[in-house]
Design a protein around this ligand. Structure first.
Ligand SMILES: Nc1ncnc2c1ncn2[C@@H]1O[C@H](COP(=O)(O)OP(=O)(O)O)[C@@H](O)[C@H]1O
Ligand SMILES: [Mg+2]
Length: 483
């Protein structure tokens, strides 16, 4: 009998169908990999098991008994522990306090806590002082603490959601060693990953999701990386007609490095959209912030870029992936946000030129078809897609030659996504050069003039249109190396 059986799981978020009639079984003591492209529904399915999300439809049996978890605490009481993709540690607390968060008695015996923490840290082979503040640790160390915390809860089911994304090769090996031990002690593991070599290394079975549906489940001994890739792809791609750019003017060349991203050189032509693909940890996610002078080292046409100010002076501007913390001031209006980037130009003798400010904002609202088209509306009240348009407007207000787009449609619904693609295509037609970094393959396939695939800190492949969906995913997941 399976330890866990999920039947007909469905979940919607507004107009987004995250899960649609998904069946999933987990055997006692198995490592079951869950794979699929970004947005396929992997995290949502496991959040149902962990009591984070309530399904709209579907039922779940644990060891033969019908269950429904209304909270994380309830799932944990039934032996389900999950390590989330988004880290959930409290930075200002110590390692020990984080390990026993939610399980601390009113009167804490710090000596006992420290000694139990040392035992747990030893299990994940971390040599850390239990009193150290979590804020000062590396992401890899934090991830291992999350795993230690999950082990402290002594679950029957351990869910790991893309745990290796931020880990170094050594840390990954350490994690796999721990997983082998956990498995040997009878715990079942669900392992979500984009890296097929890892799936083949540690999993017994694999389930593939696509667009919220289960495509199939295979025993790893009976499948191949090619077959898994075939199961992952197949969402429809709307390809923009891209003009021939062989004779286009070269805008310039980036030379960047920022560990784990090694020295990388990318040339860019006027009107070109260069798509950047690669799993988190491949170095791909470092490229745009580096090119914008936020970390590492960068040069544009031999001019060093040491800060965003220097980047903007060179005509380079970043639309960041995390718009709520880096891109926008949510309390301010659309107009105020757009003006923030160009205050110097709009101000004369210390006074805002209200007329120019209004005019500029109106221009952007129209060009990006912002909805509702109201400059005075606080950005907080706009949809995700329209917030993103404000971020783009803010970037364009600096009159750049090069636009760096980092995950431009993350958290944006399907309709608004299509509108953003129109905006991006339009910007390229106006002669801007764009670097588009995305974990959404369909987005890259639809818009790019070429796609650079990153693996292990460098560009390993350059692909030209017509793109082959399967080939792109095979390069990104590492299936090519396995074939
Ligand atoms: N809390 C949420 N609110 C709104 N939409 C969500 C939420 N969580 C997930 N989604 C959407 O549901 C779909 C599936 O997401 P997710 O389960 O995170 O996919 P995966 O983990 O496979 O990348 C995506 O389109 C995502 O944007
Ligand atoms: Mg996920």
């Amino acid at each position: 009998m399976a330890l866990l059986t999920m039947t007909g799981m469905s979940k919607r978020f507004g107009s987004v169908v995250a899960l649609q009639g998904v069946d999933f079984t987990l055997e006692a003591g198995e490592v079951h990999a869950l794979v699929g492209e970004n947005g396929a529904g992997k995290s949502t399915l496991m959040k149902v098991v962990a009591g984070v999300q309530a399904p709209d439809e579907g039922s779940m049996k644990l060891a033969g008994e019908e269950v429904r978890f209304a909270s994380v605490t309830e799932a944990q009481a039934n032996g389900v522990v999950m390590v989330y993709q988004e880290l959930a540690l409290v930075p200002s607390l110590s390692v020990a306090e984080n390990l026993f968060l939610g399980k601390l008695p009113r009167l804490v015996d710090y000596r006992a806590l420290r000694s139990r923490s040392r035992d747990l840290l030893a299990q994940v082979e971390l040599k850390l002082d239990p009193d150290a503040e979590v804020a000062g640790l590396s992401i890899g160390e934090k991830q291992l603490i999350e795993i230690a915390r999950a082990l402290a809860r002594e679950g029957r089911i351990l869910v790991l959601d893309e745990p290796t994304a931020a880990l170094s090769a050594t840390e990954t090996d350490r994690l796999f060693g721990i997983m082998a031990k956990v498995k040997a002690s009878g715990v079942s593991v669900v392992y979500i990953s984009h890296r097929l070599e890892e799936v083949f290394r540690i999993a017994d079975r694999v389930t593939v999701l696509r667009d919220g549906e289960r495509v199939g489940t295979r025993t790893l001994a009976d499948t191949s990386a090619d077959e898994i890739v075939q199961m992952m792809v197949g969402r429809s791609v709307r390809r923009y007609e891209r003009p021939d750019r062989r004779s286009a003017r070269e805008l310039g060349r980036f030379e960047v490095a920022s560990a784990p991203l090694r020295a990388t050189s990318i040339s860019l032509q006027a009107g070109e959209i260069v798509g950047l693909a690669g799993v988190i940890g491949s170095g791909r996610e470092r490229l745009l912030p580096t090119a914008f002078g936020l970390h590492g080292s960068a040069r544009w046409n031999d001019t060093p870029i040491r800060s965003p100010r220097e980047a903007i002076r060179e005509g380079i501007v970043l639309v960041p992936s995390d718009r709520s913390t880096q891109g926008l001031v949510l309390e301010l209006s659309v107009q105020e946000n757009v003006s923030l980037a160009t205050l110097a130009r709009l101000q004369r003798y210390g006074f805002m030129q209200a007329g120019r400010e209004r005019e500029q904002t109106h221009r952007w609202i129209e060009r990006l078809s912002l909805r509702p088209p109201e400059p005075r509306k606080p950005v907080r009240e706009l949809s995700g897609g329209n917030q993103q348009k404000v971020v783009i407007a803010k970037a364009l207000a600096t009159e750049p030659k090069v636009l760096l787009l980092d995950e431009p449609t993350r958290g944006v619904d399907v309709g608004a996504r299509a509108e953003l693609y129109d905006v991006i295509d339009d910007l390229s037609n106006r002669g801007l050069g764009l670097l588009l970094s995305s974990s959404d393959t369909v987005e890259l396939l639809g818009l790019s003039d070429r796609i650079l695939v990153f693996r292990e800190g460098r560009v390993t492949t350059e692909l030209l249109p017509p793109f082959d969906y399967e080939e792109v995913v095979a390069h990104v997941t590492g299936a090519h190396q396995l074939a």
